[in-house]
Design a binder for this molecule. Structure first.
Ligand code: ADP
Length: 320
């Protein structure tokens, strides 16, 4: 492999820049050319592609977002779009494409591989919702951002003896909600993976907490559960405790990546290139038992990931 293309696709995540940097520098170190493809698969279809030098990735390791930008590309779900992507790779002499993104982006990569392109996936999403890997780049930074917000809200909730209902990201996966629930000492955590009963799972623990002497209450609601404002209203009506909802939104996507995200992104980016150098492709770089491994793309897309019941139980025990 002489020339690698690199793109970021799907939702942005802090640490994507560190991964791009690692791909560019490792590639050049091994004598390959690296082409930056802007705006995900859109840039691939439209030829929005330029060669990246060592200096093109200077001063980005600490920056959130992605310098290559990202986009959704509906055309890529059609065969016509994939064929245009493959043709554009030929125009720019790209032998392999490194895709930094989530499961949706890997489906696009898999389709490219069906037409003979060599591809490699790197997990980048704040949600940690990619089945084949224990860790995704951006998750740690997002957790720390949410944690910081919870700590601030806790101060004011305590001072006013209020209940704070916080909506955090996670449309289909509750990894952010569950982890910040533990780290932030939440009384209640509502996850998209679990149905809940307002009376038993929300009102009851709050009233019981009050009877044990609690002075404030934190309720974490994952985006996929939704309805944080209504939940706050119900809590206030049914318990008489003043309740306020805060929807954190896109603040969770930005910010300077944590050390963990920078190191993980650097190691995963470098591994992707090292495998391509050995002419190994169509794999997703993953973390398994705290080691970086690579998994065949079809196998990776068929995998399922379950939220840890023991951690859910722990969050309930610690909320007593
Ligand atoms: P993520 O990669 O974070 O899961 P998306 O699901 O939005 O994000 O996917 C990002 C992009 O990947 C889509 O806009 C599209 O271009 C491509 N993609 C998603 N699903 C498919 C699919 N089934 N086939 C081909 N390309 C896809």
């Amino acid at each position: 492999i002489k020339t690698i293309g690199v793109l970021t696709s799907g939702g942005d995540a802090p640490g994507m820049n560190a991964a791009i940097r690692a791909v560019v520098r490792t590639g050049i170190y091994y004598g390959m050319r690296v082409m930056g493809i802007r705006k995900g698969y859109n840039g691939l279809i439209n030829g929005d592609i330029t060669e990246m030098s060592l200096r093109a990735v200077s001063d980005i390791i600490h920056r959130g977002g992605t310098i290559l930008q990202t986009a959704r590309c509906p055309e890529f779900k059609e065969e016509e779009g994939i064929k245009r992507g493959v043709a554009m790779c030929k125009v720019f002499d790209i032998d392999a494409v490194v895709v930094i993104g989530g499961d949706g982006s890997y489906r696009g990569a898999k389709d490219l591989s069906k037409f003979g392109m060599k591809v490699m996936g790197i997990p980048g999403t704040i949600d940690n919702d990619i089945a084949c890997t224990e860790y995704t780049i951006g998750f740690d930074t997002a957790l720390n951002t949410v944690q910081d917000a919870i700590d601030k809200i806790r101060d004011t909730a305590y001072s006013h003896e209020r209940c704070s209902v916080l909506e955090v990201m996670g449309r289909h996966a509750g990894y952010i909600a569950l982890n910040v629930g533990i780290a932030g000492g939440a009384e209640v955590v509502l996850l998209p993976e679990k149905t809940f009963d307002l009376g038993k799972d929300v009102i009851k623990p709050i009233i019981e907490g009050r009877n044990r002497g609690k002075k404030h209450y934190i309720v974490i609601v994952a985006e996929g559960v939704g309805g944080a404002i209504e939940i706050a209203r119900e809590i206030q009506e049914q318990t008489g405790i003043e309740a306020r909802a805060t929807i954190l939104g896109h603040i969770q996507r930005g910010g300077s990546p944590t050390v963990n995200d920078r190191v993980m992104a650097s190691m995963m980016g470098a591994r992707a290139v090292e495998l391509l150098k050995e002419d190994i492709s169509n794999r997703i770089i993953s973390l398994k038992d705290n080691k970086i491994v690579d998994i065949e793309i079809n196998e990776a897309l068929d995998m399922k990931k379950e939220i840890d019941e023991e951690i859910i139980q722990l969050s309930k025990i610690l909320a007593l």
